[in-house]
Design a binder for this molecule. Structure first.
Ligand code: PMP
Ligand code: GLN
Length: 376
């Protein structure tokens, strides 16, 4: 008996493990391999000797809450009440799990747009609700006709991920306008907006759910310091929700984690006095450009990348293997690990596409590109 019979081990675990076994360059699971800012590690080293080792308040370290509220105001002109609308979570994964568990009821339907990141479906199933997968268009923009057709009186939530993992696509103003007019027809639907890469966008500015007046009262916005400060292993994120939703979310949060790692919260809070979350976009834009330049003479066709630290590439001119087998072959025969895009689709659609993570130091990107360019 299994509560999640169709859920296996995450593809990120599988590919990273295989990369280690074969000593391959790991561009699969999304995490940076360069050192964290020394100013941040110095803060942690100092804090380790101070009295910051006990439980913090359930919602989060109060100075950190205030600083998040300040940069949300600065980035999106949204004023939030830190005491009632903000919650520090153990990464975005826990924020998403907690939100779904708290708000989605038996037999509700939750719209998930494919290809989609992998952590949305399990909490829906564990809530005895039904995930409804709706494919994005071929260019990864939302197909609003299909989304509208999927809405009905049982629809409780729509999950959007912007900037989008794995495709690097970002939503535009008209997407939000259509979403908002759809929500006017369906008053029960709540939006869960996964914006963990909110500060990693390039040519176009990110439009956050925070900046959409009509969404504020029915949207839970999720973010993660793992992405913004290169500390994915710290698992510190946050969610913003209107008070009536937050009340329910906190009921679950207090019994799932109660409060999040104290040293990391205090360290991030102090670090926010030294840096700005807005610096990260430029940093990754240079990485993206460099990685694309390095692959220019390869036989991979690179898809557009508007945000995130992922580059999707087609290998259709190299092989007709399915993408899972192609990724395995890439590791065993060429020493580079990537993620097969079919694993982001409920129906495992194989489009001969794979995802590379370019959050790596230049030497790693150069070594990987050399191997990838050698594939004929
Ligand atoms: N959402 C998306 C789209 C992600 O890519 C990730 C992971 N990188 C998460 C959520 C989870 O973030 P965290 O590691 O902070 O739990
Ligand atoms: N978000 C990371 C990625 O997309 C994976 C994190 C994880 O392994 N859970 O690669």
């Amino acid at each position: 008996m299994s509560k999640l019979p169709h859920i296996g081990t995450s593809i990120f675990t599988i590919m990273s493990k295989m990369a280690t076994e074969y000593n391959a360059i790991n561009l699969s699971q999304g995490f940076p391999n360069f050192p964290v800012d020394e100013r941040l590690t110095d803060i942690v080293a100092r804090l380790a000797k101070e009295n910051v080792h006990q439980y913090l308040p359930m919602s989060g370290h109060p100075p950190l809450l205030s600083k998040i509220a300040a940069f949300i105001k600065n980035s999106y002109e949204r004023i939030i009440q830190p005491e009632t609308e903000l919650l520090i979570t153990a990464g975005a994964t826990q924020a998403i799990f907690t939100t779904i568990t708290a708000l989605v009821e038996t037999n509700d339907e939750v719209l998930i747009l494919d290809p989609s990141y992998d952590c949305y479906e399990a909490p829906v199933l564990l809530s005895n609700a039904n995930p409804v997968r709706v494919s994005l268009n071929d260019d990864y923009t939302p197909n609003w006709d299909r989304i509208e057709k999927a809405c009905n009186s049982k629809t409780k939530m729509i999950i959007i991920n912007n900037p989008h993992n794995p495709t690097g696509k970002i939503l535009n103003k008209s997407d939000f306008e259509i979403l908002e007019s759809l929500l006017e027809k369906y008053s029960k639907i709540i939006v869960l907006s996964d914006e963990v890469y909110e500060y990693i966008t390039f040519e176009q500015k990110h439009i956050s759910a925070h900046s959409r007046e009509k969404l504020l009262n029915r949207c839970v916005m999720v973010s993660s310091f793992g992405k913004s400060f290169h500390v994915t292993g710290w698992k510190v994120g946050y969610l913003v929700a209107p008070e009536h939703l937050m009340k329910e979310i906190k009921k679950v949060h207090q019994f799932l984690v109660f409060s999040v790692n104290s040293i990391c919260q205090v360290a991030i809070s102090e670090y926010l006095d030294l840096v700005s979350v807005n610096e990260i976009g430029n940093f990754y834009q240079k990485k993206r450009n460099y990685f694309r330049q390095l692959l220019k003479n390869s036989r991979f066709e690179l898809m557009p990348c508007e945000g995130t630290y992922f580059q999707v590439a087609s290998y259709a001119s190299i092989s007709d293997k399915n993408d899972v087998d192609f990724c395995k072959w890439l590791i065993t025969d060429h020493g580079v690990a990537a993620i097969p895009i079919s694993t982001f689709y409920a129906d495992g659609k194989d489009l001969k596409l794979i995802r590379f993570c370019f959050a790596k130091d230049n030497a790693t990107l150069e070594a990987a590109a050399k191997r990838l360019c050698a594939i004929q």
